[in-house]
Structure formats: structure tokens, C-alpha cells
Design a protein around this ligand. Sequence first.
Ligand code: 8X3
Length: 250
Amino acid sequence: MSRIALITGASSGIGKATAMALAEEGYDLIICGRRKDALKELQDRLHKQVKVHVLRFDVRDKKEVKEAIHSLPEDLKKIDILVNNAGNAHGMDPIHSGSLEDWDAMIDINIKGLLYVSKAIIPQMTERRHGHIINIGSIAGKEVYPNGNVYSATKHAVDAINKGMRMDLNDYGIKVGAINPGLVETGFSEVRFKGDSERARSVYEGYQPLKAEDIAEIIRFMVTRPPHVNIADLMVLPTAQASSTILKKD
Ligand code: 8X3
């Protein structure tokens, strides 16, 4: 029997690394994102290993999300694993000077987008009484740090949604769990600082940050546990990081 995993934000970073890890585990993949070229490139890389289907949509657009998921071919509709990975930080400013556009983007992508995708996929899981949802949170969902305000609020929401989903889907035997990374070197800071590569690079300087693959390996571990084991909530940090505000640099 084939097993199917859908990953949002799969064109780069943790999403892409997770797609590669799950392909190695033999999962057929539905890789989702906004950038068709990057997704196609990943598809070309993995299609000899497993079936790979590209779905282009913006998680912010609920109509687009619904139509994309409904457009899946019949043999890919029974999604076993949903990795809610799409998410970003936009800006890092004090609350009195933050931008409304940045706040909207984070709330729309990190909270509403995660809900739209989940809502489109969960019904076939409850119907089949089978499935596994992995929500990518953040250390920012457990702690707040200066200037992290709204980003942190969105990740606290992911933490709450993760717990709520686990309760509501408990009767159906569906696993729900979160992984909350600290500093992972991906395009995350480049997006947060709107293309200021120097500032983005400096976030990861002077210590060894996590790599996307480190998180993907843990997701691989989460999905390969036996049926009675659900990893409900994990925080994963670089060794150099003790909390949102304590980081040992060389
Ligand atoms: C990403 C980690 O520390 O920038 O969610 O909030 S952090």
C-alpha cells in the first residue's frame, strides 16, 4: 500500500529537506508551495524514487487551497501525513513601529494558512480514521523575545492549534504533533529581513545553527514510530542556543 505525505512550503528549507527525507522512506509526495519552478526542480530530483505531485497554491488564499487539494488525482487523495510547514517571519520590529502589512502576512500565512490547509485535508483522515499531522511551530511559540511580538503570537497560535487538533482528532486515532525549532539556517532570516542578506547571515554567525536536514531527520523519526507512539511536542535547538535570548557565540 502506498503512503502519501503532503508538505507545505516544500520549495526550500525545512519543507524541502523533509520531502527528501520522506522520499527516502518511500512516501509518495505532494509538494506544495508558491514557486512552481523550485517545486518542479525538487520533483525532478525525487521522481525516480517515489511519485511526486506538485501543487502550486498560496496558503493565504482559502479558495486556491481548497481547489488545489480537491484537484488531486484519486490515487493521491488519501493523504496519510500532513506536514504543516509553510510559515514565515516578516520584519522584526518593536510593537510601536511594526508594519501592519507584516502582521497581516504572518497571521495570514502562519495561522490562517495552516488552518485552511488542515481543513481541506482532515476530513479524509477522519473518514478513514487514520492520519498524522505534524505542525512546524517554533521556539517563538513557547517563548516571546523582544521585537518578536506578532511572529511569536502566530507561533503561540500554532502551539494552541496543535494541542486543540490533538484533542479533537483523538477519537479518530489521528496523530498530531509539533516540532518547535530554534535557530535553523534557511531562507527564514532572508525573508524576515526582506532580502537584507548581510543581516540575515549575521543571525547564524559565530555558532553552529541547525540545518534544515536536522529538523527533517526528526520529522522522519516522528513519522516512522509505531502506531501507538505519537511524538506530541518537541523543541529542538542548536547546542549553542539555550533560549530565545541566550545564544553562546564564539
Ligand atoms: C524561528 C526561530 O528564534 O527566529 O522560528 O524565532 S526564531
